[in-house]
Design a protein around this ligand. Structure first.
Ligand code: UTP
Length: 292
């Protein structure tokens, strides 16, 4: 019986330099896709996968995230006074319950591996999920829930996987594959951001992970890798052979919202997926297309 996944870590300590100047005073994870901040999509996805504890690894200038997941009494009073019950209910429906959220601070943005390492005292000795809010996924069933389904069958580590064009391998961690049944691929090796000609496959890792707690032990030994950062990929690579390790080709579309073009794409896709906006947005897209 695999131990349940109850806790999720949200590393939100990055500087978001690709989104300057928007991210000078505002966290990248608070950028809205349509009308919801990226971090809220990630929290809702985690909740849909049965997560009960939400651990944020923050940094300087990220207070807006803490405020977002807190009560706002003035706003609630105003909405009540103006009889905007639907908006009030909408806000309260996704608020975490007391004690479900904790924050720790990554004092220097030394990389994703370092951010995850900061969560060790809050995670303790149990398997957990990691979600990167800037990887936004539009899926019929929450991506993390699909991963938990796979974890319940095979245990160990599960990472979200997606096939990418060979010329894009240098943007991702890339899987060296073992047995592959098209949905689950055994992870035999991991390489961070390989050149296209050196990539062991075109199956990329994206920002959703289910990890065994032994990852923390490995993170203690990982040296700065690609880009001078402490890489989660390097710690995960050390776990190959130690625990079952699979990539899940999830059902759904992933948008890289850490990148400007990916972010715009996500806004269009999410707006088109919404009944209340679909018609108007489709008309705009058609109009723009005509002008090209
Ligand atoms: P990115 O590689 O997108 O880095 O991090 P970044 O700093 O956020 O953005 P750019 O590249 O400067 O534009 C992927 C995820 O890892 C988190 C980020 O917040 C993001 O969710 N991260 C990254 C940390 O929490 N700490 C770090 O030191 C680095």
């Amino acid at each position: 019986m695999n131990r349940p996944i109850r806790k999720a870590v949200f590393p939100v300590g990055g500087l978001g330099t690709r989104f300057l100047p928007a991210t000078k005073a505002m966290p990248k994870e608070m950028l809205p896709v349509v009308d919801k901040p990226l971090i809220q999509y990630a929290v809702e996805e985690a909740r849909a996968a049965g997560i009960e504890e939400f651990i944020f690894v923050t940094g300087r200038g990220k207070q807006a995230i803490e405020d977002h997941f807190d009560r706002s009494y003035e706003l609630e009073d105003v909405l009540r006074e103006r009889d905007k019950r639907d908006l009030l209910d909408a806000i309260n429906s996704w608020m975490p319950k007391a004690g479900q959220v904790s924050y720790t601070r990554q004092m220097e943005p030394l990389g994703l591996g370092h951010a995850v390492r900061c969560a060790k005292p809050l995670v303790g000795d149990e398997p957990f999920a990691v979600l990167l809010a800037d990887d936004l996924i539009l899926a019929p069933r929450a991506c993390l829930a699909q991963m938990v389904d796979a974890y319940n069958k095979v245990g160990g580590n599960i990472i979200a996987a997606m096939d990418v064009p060979r010329e894009h391998t240098k943007r991702y961690g890339i899987i060296s594959p073992g047995k592959d049944n098209a949905q689950l691929v055994e992870v035999k090796g991991l390489v961070e951001k390989p050149k296209p000609e050196e990539a062991p496959s075109t199956t990329a890792v994206i920002g959703r992970y289910i990890l065994q707690p032994s990852v923390f032990r490995h993170l203690d030994y990982v040296q700065r890798g690609a880009g001078g950062e402490i890489q989660l990929t390097d710690a995960m690579a050390r776990m190959i052979g130690e625990v079952p390790f699979h990539g899940l080709r999830f059902k759904g579309e992933r948008y890289d919202c850490g990148d400007k073009v990916g972010f715009l794409h996500a806004n269009i896709a999410f707006a088109l997926a919404r009944e209340d906006m679909q018609k108007d947005v489709a008309a705009i897209v058609r109009e723009v297309h005509k002008q090209l």
